[in-house]
Design a protein around this ligand. Structure first.
Ligand SMILES: Nc1ncnc2c1ncn2[C@@H]1O[C@H](COP(=O)(O)OP(=O)(O)OP(=O)(O)O)[C@@H](O)[C@H]1O
Ligand SMILES: [Mg+2]
Length: 274
């Protein structure tokens, strides 16, 4: 048998795609998709070419949060055209199997879908391909790292001890699969009350302390605010309001830090080669 025939290919860079950055958490519901979507929109507004893979096959929320549920075009040779919304090209199982019917499938099929989303989608030239991960530390990450080399991952948590307990597991998982963690984000950090006071719901500051314990960067804090939830529910992410906006601004600060970390990694690669 010819070498490599029928065998699993190792991770291969996607032609034209500069950086692949995964957004994970450990705990469910802490705001991965909200962060992934707003980070993608912010990067797009900053002038970068951005794609977003919804890798949450069982709970694909990206189409709703980006406000589009159109079926993507299937082109020649099963190439899939991504959907464009708010300057972000994206793909999701939610586009292919819309509505409330769950996708019921086994592990190998899930792996196939992740591969297809990366390799068969016509991404074109991208500076950043963001990958919104499902909760937990499971199969999808393995499929992802077997398919493409990642620039790194960002880990989302609230400040609560239980969310951080799971976030630490996610850090350990990324370590095991040799994905660099670019930093941690605290979502639903503080809530501004109508009288101007701050309500600390989930233990603000916990994520920054955890980042420091692990010697990792803290990428920023996003307030807990109903407008963030509403932006997601209506397909109008708060980052659309721009860098100067009260709620959207936080995602631009996160984006700045992600860009700086990704640039640093690119430069290190150049140094290693030369
Ligand atoms: N900063 C925030 N302020 C208010 N609501 C928020 C904020 N971040 C996220 N939400 C809301 O909390 C809910 C969960 O967020 P999201 O879906 O982004 O989490 P997730 O980590 O992707 O969840 P899952 O683990 O199910 O994929 C959503 O309704 C979202 O709109
Ligand atoms: Mg999600």
């Amino acid at each position: 048998m010819a070498a490599g025939h029928g065998m699993q290919q190792g991770p291969m860079p996607l032609p034209g795609v500069q950086h692949v950055v995964a957004v994970g958490s450990g705990k469910g519901g802490v705001g991965k998709t909200t962060v992934a979507v707003n980070l993608a929109v912010a990067l797009g507004k900053m002038g970068y070419k951005v794609g977003l893979v919804d890798a949450d096959i069982y709970g694909p929320n990206v189409p709703m949060m980006l406000g589009v549920t159109r079926q993507p075009n299937i082109m020649d040779e099963n190439r899939i055209e991504p959907i464009l919304s708010h300057g972000v090209k994206f793909i999701s199982v939610g586009l292919i199997s819309p509505g409330d019917k769950p996708m019921v499938m086994r592990g190998p099929m899930l792996h196939q879908i992740i591969r297809q989303f990366l390799q068969q989608v016509v991404w074109g030239e991208l500076d950043y391909l963001i990958v919104d991960l499902p909760p937990g530390t499971g199969d999808v990450v393995i499929s992802l790292v077997q398919t493409v080399p990642l620039t790194g991952a960002v880990v989302v948590s609230t400040g609560s001890s239980v969310a951080l307990q799971d976030a630490r597991k996610a850090l350990e998982m990324f370590h095991q699969v040799k994905v660099e963690v670019l930093g941690l984000i605290e979502n639903m950090s503080q809530m501004k009350m109508p009288d101007g006071s701050l309500l600390d719901v989930f233990g603000a500051g916990g994520t920054e302390r955890t980042a420091a314990q692990f010697g990792l960067a803290f990428l920023g804090a996003v307030d807990l605010d109903p407008k963030v939830r509403k932006g997601g529910d209506t397909g109008m992410p708060v980052a659309l309001a721009g860098r100067g906006s009260e709620l959207g601004g936080a995602f631009y600060e996160v984006a700045d830090k992600v860009v700086a970390a990704a640039d640093k990694i690119s430069n290190e690669d150049v140094l290693e080669i030369s």
